[in-house]
Design a protein around this ligand. Structure first.
Ligand SMILES: Cc1cc2nc3c(=O)[nH]c(=O)nc-3n(C[C@H](O)[C@H](O)[C@H](O)COP(=O)(O)OP(=O)(O)OC[C@H]3O[C@@H](n4cnc5c(N)ncnc54)[C@H](O)[C@@H]3O)c2cc1C
Length: 412
């Protein structure tokens, strides 16, 4: 991996303040924020090769606020495409235009940047923090904890060596199938949605520039977003058991329903995916805390999963230093973490669910209803000014620490 400077030898069982399992976007952001506070942090990821799939592309203004603490907002801004407006079409008729220019933020746009690049930037930035070490190719398997800390077991996938590492706290940021969550015995509430999608990134000659566009039709919904390096993502709703739907289906459907011809260009990151909703019953068990997809999943069509995870990381980085210094604050702080981050998740997940529901209703009547709802209600003069802040996540409670009352955070 390109962060080879951090690829330390298999760790010995020494004690650290914080162990993080999972160097996805959430674990990496947390490691950066803890590093900036001088907290001894060891980060493990089972991956031996960099992430290649694209996944998240939408970074919201509250997340850019969080990144600004690390002085990375400009780096992200330069690497991505600021999307300043989005247009919504129903059956070929324009029914609304979202303009982010007037939102109350230093970042009047959402930033489009593939997740692989987000991960790369956050990894590179870790080099600034001597208190943080990252180990790749190391898989977490189990843990034991007592009143003072957590002892976790790992396996080095290259050498097969098993070893233990000890931390005063352990953070599971190891994604939706979280082995850390399983090891704690925490259970989840989970629901699979019936909707399925395929997506791919193509060289862009659509002429849409930096505009995002949503196409709703009686047959399927299609979303299209600009990407860096002259690419554009197309996401198409599919039906039935079409997991292996060929890319020709995507190209044909886009041409038929939008009029845009993607031609026969090679696509990057072709993938098929479903949508689910999941939340863990408690965000912590003793000294083990969960963040990001390990704690919660929402429909990726809402584009808020990683952003919600970023706010988890930000709050953890605010409470852990205090709790490390003042253990008597622990139960109050961890309870606040659960309450605040769960509330934020619920709102974001409900919005993602409603948005996906509305966009994926099929049939003539649904299309007629959606057209009037979007054009005559949502984009009516009374409602319109609320829409851009809503989609920029400026109205999600506790969207970042600026919106968390100080008395929710432990103080010395
Ligand atoms: C198609 C798609 C589009 C999306 N678009 C958006 C979007 O636009 N905006 C948005 O906010 N979100 C979006 N999301 C959601 C977003 O991708 C996730 O919320 C995000 O990846 C969560 O980050 P994470 O760090 O919590 O977990 P992950 O990204 O899953 O990272 C977990 C890490 O843990 C490691 N790991 C796992 N198990 C172990 C183990 N046992 N030991 C050691 N390491 C382990 C993995 O290798 C991985 O590196 C999208 C998702 C999909 C599928």
């Amino acid at each position: 991996m390109n962060s080879s400077a951090h690829r330390a030898p298999t760790p010995s069982p020494s004690a650290s303040d914080v162990l993080i399992v999972g160097a996805g976007p959430v674990g990496l952001l947390l490691a950066n924020l803890l590093g900036a506070r001088g907290i001894t942090t060891v980060l493990f990821d089972k991956r031996t090769e960099p992430l290649t799939s694209s996944m998240a592309i939408g970074i919201t203004p509250p997340s850019l606020d969080i990144l600004s603490v690390l002085e990375l907002d400009g780096v992200f801004r330069d690497a991505g495409v600021p999307v300043r407006h989005a247009e919504v079409y129903e059956l070929g008729t324009r029914v609304g235009r979202l303009d982010f220019a007037g939102i109350a933020s230093n970042y009047p746009f959402f930033l489009s940047l593939p997740q692989a690049r987000t991960v790369e930037i956050l990894r590179q930035n870790l080099a600034k923090f001597p208190s943080v070490t990252i180990h790749d190719g190391i898989e977490f398997s189990e843990l034991q904890q007592d009143a003072h800390g957590v002892r976790a077991s790992f396996r080095d996938s290259t050498t097969g060596t098993c070893f233990e590492s000890h931390g005063r706290f352990l953070i599971g940021a190891d994604g939706h199938k979280s082995a850390v969550r399983s090891a704690t015995g925490l259970s989840v509430r989970e629901r699979q949605y019936p909707q399925r999608f395929i997506m791919a990134d193509f060289m862009d000659d659509s002429g849409l520039g930096n505009e995002a566009r949503l196409f709703f039709t009686p047959e399927a919904s299609i979303e299209s977003f600009p990407l860096p390096d002259g690419f554009r993502r197309w996401i198409v709703q599919v039906y039935g058991a079409q997991d292996n739907t060929p890319i020709d289906y995507l190209i044909r459907t886009v041409r038929r329903l939008t009029g845009f011809d993607l031609g026969q260009r090679t696509a990057r990151y072709f993938s098929a995916f479903g949508a689910k909703r999941m939340v863990v019953d408690s965000y912590h068990a003793g000294r083990v805390l969960l963040a990001g997809d390990a704690a919660h999943v929402m429909s990726s069509i809402g584009g808020q999963g990683m952003n919600t995870g970023f706010a988890d990381a930000e709050m953890l980085a605010a409470i852990l230093p205090t709790v490390l210094r003042s253990p008597e604050q622990m139960s109050r702080s961890l309870a606040a973490y659960d309450r605040i981050r769960r509330r934020s998740y619920e709102v974001a997940a409900n919005r993602a669910e409603r948005g996906m529901w509305l966009g994926t209703r099929r049939g003539r009547f649904a299309s007629w209803f959606r057209k009037h709802l979007i054009r005559d209600v949502l984009f009516s003069p009374l409602m319109e000014r609320h829409l851009a802040p809503h989609f920029a996540m400026l109205t999600v409670p506790y969207r970042n620490l600026n919106w968390v009352p100080r008395d929710f955070l432990a103080t010395e």
